[in-house]
Design a binder for this molecule. Structure first.
Ligand code: FAD
Ligand code: MLT
Ligand code: ZN
Length: 472
């Protein structure tokens, strides 16, 4: 801790947030100081859990006075180590988990104002309770928070139809690094009063301030959903199916997720109560979902799309869920991939975005590039095909020593990311940069872009106390 009197700081923080708002016992801190993948482990003198925005601002002011860096944390489900402190013991975690209020739901304006620590599933429930729909959806929705979703600009399974978190937010409240509160909680769809400050904080990964509340967009609830699983011989065939589904169903197409058979087999091996959805082992699979406010006709539309694709030889086996529980079983296969990978062994994660047109060529070249490393690997390729976002992950042998994992990670990153950049893609689509991709970002971003980002960082956080070592 840069502060010469760390115990004094902990005491002052406790005075602000009360005894229930500080965690100093290392055992009780364990779930905050380590990320869920077990890749990063940090150390802090205290985890501070302010109960409201004013307390959060007071905490930031105290940390600033004590020259103590802050690591903002929500649900700690991030994939890039952004919420894990370093091992110096000089940083403190500011957890938003007590910022729990749904402040307002306005079904006429189609907005809701929620605090940053509200868990995504609870935000979805609040919208549902008012007869509306909040569309952000991802595997960690039972534990990730709205603040974390904003700070990482989370994506997930419905970006194809509704956009990512950046597209779903209208206003923000943020505690700035100097402890002032910016109240930008406006529920406006038009507001041209200057620079896009809201946009700066979305995706800033805790490096520019602590988001304490947000105004989120709401949508009509679907009256019907239709879900199908298809097997296909190639990625090209799945892309053709995607085009046909879009052309025929328009905005009713809400999800188009892809996984290779290797990814599916991993889930079947490592996740309980799962079974193969279609016969045989087609090399590619897709989970397709339609939703509509109109209750009838959706299953027919999906059937027609699939029948047309079968006639055209695009897909082989296909199954349409006959009930909600069948649809859930299909989604369980898709959402089980993250867990299955963790159980299988060390995984080198690539969270990349490309124009969907180049995906087949990219995947062929990437397979060859991975093979050229000469490493013992298995590619687990899956993702949000409709958005061009692949999780081009590479499994390493279980039990590989940490140094060998580090070396393999560097070589595989270079092999895959060089290709991504050559195809004008992004090396960080939805999981953020955090500490995982910080060096990769510096390697690939142009000096101009890095300068612009650093200028913004210095302007907002001249003392560099917000989440140092992450992103930039
Ligand atoms: P944390 O992990 O706590 O923090 C993430 C980052 O945000 C850190 O840099 C932290 O400092 C910062 N931060 C957190 N809260 C605030 C705040 N209030 N103000 C400022 N900064 C803050 N992500 C996707 O995008 N798409 C997916 O499909 C997806 N699937 C997942 C599936 C599983 C099973 C898991 C475990 C994770 C998945 N994720 C996915 C990743 C993760 O859930 C998201 O990144 C999520 O948005 C993180 O939210 P969190 O509250 O857990 O944030
Ligand atoms: C997902 O889409 O399931 C996650 O974002 C990917 C991952 O676990 O790598
Ligand atoms: Zn994803």
């Amino acid at each position: 801790m840069a502060d010469r009197d760390p115990e004094g700081l902990v005491r002052r923080l406790r005075d602000v947030v009360g005894p229930a708002g500080v965690v100093t016992d290392p055992g009780a801190q364990a779930s905050y100081t380590r990320d869920w993948l077990g890749k990063w482990q940090g150390r802090v003198p205290v985890v501070v859990r302010p109960g409201n925005t004013q307390e959060t601002a007071a905490v930031v002011r105290l940390c600033r006075e004590a020259h103590t860096p802050i690591v903002p944390q929500g649900g700690n489900t991030g994939m890039s180590g952004g919420a894990t402190p370093d091992a110096s013991g000089a940083q403190v975690i500011v957890s938003t988990t007590r910022l729990q209020q749904v402040r307002a739901v306005d079904p006429v304006n189609n907005t809701m104002t929620v605090e940053a620590g509200v868990v995504l599933a609870q935000a979805q429930d609040a919208a549902r309770g008012a007869g509306r729909f909040f569309p952000l959806s991802l595997g960690a929705e039972g534990s990730c928070t709205v603040g974390g979703n904003l700070a990482t600009n989370a994506g997930g399974i419905a970006v194809l139809r509704y956009g990512n978190m950046r597209d779903l937010v209208l206003g923000l409240e943020v505690v700035l690094p100097d402890g002032r509160i910016w109240n930008g909680l406006r529920g406006l769809r038009k507001d041209n009063t200057g620079y896009d400050l809201r946009g700066l904080f979305v995706g800033s990964e805790g490096t520019l301030g602590i988001i304490t509340a947000a105004v989120l967009k709401l949508f009509p609830q679907a009256a019907a959903r239709a879900t199908a699983w298809v097997g296909a011989a190639s990625l090209e065939a799945l892309l053709a199916l995607l085009q046909q589904a879009r052309a025929r169903c328009g905005e009713r197409l809400v999800a188009f997720e892809m996984m290779t058979d290797a990814a599916l087999q991993l889930v079947l091996r490592h996740v309980a109560d799962t079974r193969a959805p279609v016969a045989g082992a087609p090399p590619f699979h897709a989970l397709v979902e339609l939703a509509d406010t109109e209750p009838s006709g959706l299953a027919d539309a999906l059937e027609q799309v699939l029948a047309g694709a079968m006639d055209a030889g695009l897909v082989g086996e296909a199954v349409i869920a006959a009930s909600q529980s069948q649809a859930q079983a299909l989604w369980k296969l898709r959402e089980g991939i993250s867990q299955a990978q963790v159980r299988a062994g060390p995984v080198v994660k690539h969270d990349i975005a490309l124009p969907i047109t180049v995906l087949p060529a990219f995947c062929g070249e990437a397979q060859a590039a991975v093979a050229r490393t000469g490493l013992d690997t298995q590619v687990i390729n899956f993702g949000h095909l409709g958005d061009g976002n692949l999780h081009y992950n590479v499994l390493l042998p279980a039990g590989l020593p940490p140094d060998a994992v580090k070396d393999a990670t560097a070589r595989l990153n270079r092999a895959v990311h060089d290709l991504v950049v050559r195809h004008t893609g992004s090396i960080s689509a939805e999981h953020g940069v955090g500490q995982l991709r910080r060096d990769e970002l510096r390697h690939y971003k142009s000096p101009v872009e890095m300068d612009l980002m650093l200028a913004i960082k210095r302007a907002l956080d001249p003392n560099l106390i917000m989440n140092p070592g992450k992103l930039l």
